[in-house]
Write a protein that binds this ligand. Structure first.
Ligand code: ADP
Length: 478
């Protein structure tokens, strides 16, 4: 059974584009719906209050006319009112006058045939000098709205006046508005959804392009980059970050490849020598001394292999931050003196002078074992890369804040082209290979790690053919 991880997808989750479109459409649709309902409510409220206002104005005018007419001795007729006004509301609204005991006095000629009651509460209200608005519904016909109010003279209710009108026009306007809203709202929603989808599609297009390129990038080919469009937007920044990440990844994969190639190359040389010596030993009979010589030579190669392996092991532990340091206060002068005296024999073998000059005796907070390894490596290099009768000097001094250690030689020096690379793993200058073929190119990488893990700095100055000075600086322990 095989498991295809690429085929796995979270169950039925809509794409970001669809989700954005839905959100956009949903929010816009919600806002439009809310505004539509608000508009409808507001307009219908306005339409009814306008209608009520027209009833009120008509009633007021009628009340004034009735008071004027009441001065005359003639009884009131509907025509009296129509002659007294040119207000168009008079012709659309109907009216009725009742006596204060509830008997109908006059009713306008345009009064509808339907029964429009004078309700008991509205009559009661009128007797108490209050106006009342009421609506009456008739199945299959338009509604009628009526205002009932008193006509008062000298504090006495002379008549109860009713003015009414059909709500047909108001209802028609409102139903037309409802129709328009019902038509436009879903259309607006559909347009919002399509618009949202289109905007999301446009916005996410570069992301899709990035995903496509990212899919084509494999560990085998990290050289591809996402095309950058001019601009400062989020996607341009994302593409830039992605490209930077790719460059770093490409660089570190390149370093790993180089490192493996260098490591196998460095190990192959002593192994080939070892194999050659073993084959030589087996090829014919040799004297005891000759065998001894072969074994000594083989042991040298085995030493070289184990040193490379140990150095590699230490560096990989350092990379993983697993290399432990036993930190404590270390008096530097005795440690340097001890190291120098151990290396004196090696220097003497090459007829070199090795001098140590200590102006101070500073305390360094560090790991004595690793510090000894650091100084031994640097002195050993100075011995290796200095010709006979050369001079090597070591000095230690302290400033207000720092401990400064110089290791100088007047050896072969390092060319400006090699100088920036000497701390790289396995890097060896050609001149150094010629002088000392058995180095590994790992010593300075280890020195650099030791210095950095003691919060120090390592610098090198060199003149080819004149010599080299390594300067180490560490913070002073107070
Ligand atoms: P190795 O000494 O095994 O080659 P290192 O990492 O210690 O490896 O040094 C790397 C390279 O730096 C050497 O191969 C050499 O080219 C250069 N180097 C280091 N120390 C000196 C020195 N004192 N004088 C000249 N070249 C040096």
């Amino acid at each position: 059974m095989s498991l295809n991880l690429n085929a796995w997808r979270p169950a039925s989750r809509p794409s970001i584009r669809n989700r954005l479109a839905l959100w956009y459409g949903g929010i816009l649709g919600g806002v439009i719906l809310f505004l539509g309902i608000l508009l409808y409510l507001r307009l219908s409220q306005n339409a009814y209050s306008d209608f009520d206002l027209s009833l009120r104005l008509t009633a007021d005018a009628l009340a004034r006319l009735s008071l004027k007419q009441s001065q005359s001795t003639e009884p009131l007729t509907a025509d009296d009112f129509l002659q007294g006004t040119d207000d168009p509301e008079f012709f659309t609204n109907f009216f009725r006058f009742y006596t204060s005991s509830g008997e109908l006095e006059i009713r306008s000629k345009n009064h509808p045939k339907r029964t429009v009651p004078l309700s008991a509460p509205s009559f009661e209200n009128a007797l108490h000098q209050k106006a009342t608005f009421e609506s009456f519904s008739y199945p299959g016909r338009d509604d009628i709205r009526v205002m009932t109010r008193p006509v008062v003279y000298q504090g006495k209710v002379l008549h109860v006046l009713q003015v009414g009108g059909s709500l047909k026009r108001v209802d028609e306007v409102l139903s037309r508005l409802r129709f328009i809203l019902f038509l436009t709202l879903p259309t607006a929603l559909v347009v919002a959804l399509i618009g949202g989808w289109f905007i999301a599609d446009q916005a996410l297009r570069p992301v899709n392009a990035m995903a496509q390129i990212a899919r084509q990038i494999t560990a085998g080919d990290l050289s591809r980059r996402i095309p950058m469009h001019p601009g400062e937007d989020e996607l341009a920044r994302l593409a830039e970050t992605f490209n930077t990440m790719l460059s770093q990844l490409e660089e570190s994969i390149q370093r790993i490849r180089q490192f493996s190639a260098d490591a196998s190359h460095e190990l192959r040389t002593p192994l080939t020598i070892l194999k050659g010596e073993a084959e030589l030993a087996l090829s014919e009979d040799y004297s005891k001394d000759e065998y001894k010589e072969m074994i000594v030579s083989s042991l040298e190669e085995i030493d070289r292999i184990s040193r490379i392996v140990e150095d590699l092991f230490l560096l990989s532990k350092a990379d993983l931050e697993e290399a432990r340091l036993e930190m404590g206060p270390v008096p530097l002068t005795p440690l340097l003196q001890e190291t120098v005296s151990q290396m004196k024999r090696l220097a003497a073998d090459k007829d070199l002078s090795l001098e140590f000059d200590s102006a101070d005796d500073p305390l360094l907070y560090g790991d004595a074992y690793r510090l000894r390894e650091l100084f031994s490596n640097l002195i050993e290099n100075a011995i290796r890369y200095t010709g006979p009768a050369g001079q090597i000097t070591l000095s230690v001094s302290q400033t207000e804040e720092q401990i400064v250690i110089n290791i100088s030689d007047n050896g072969i020096g390092i060319s400006p082209g090699d100088l920036p690379k000497i701390f790289d793993r396995f890097y060896r200058a050609e001149s150094a290979r010629a002088l000392h073929p058995k180095g590994s190119g790992l010593g300075l990488s280890i020195c650099q790690w030791i210095v950095l893990s003691h919060r120090g700095e390592i610098d090198v100055k060199s003149q080819p053919g004149q010599g080299t000075t390594f300067t180490l600086r560490f913070p002073l322990l107070r």
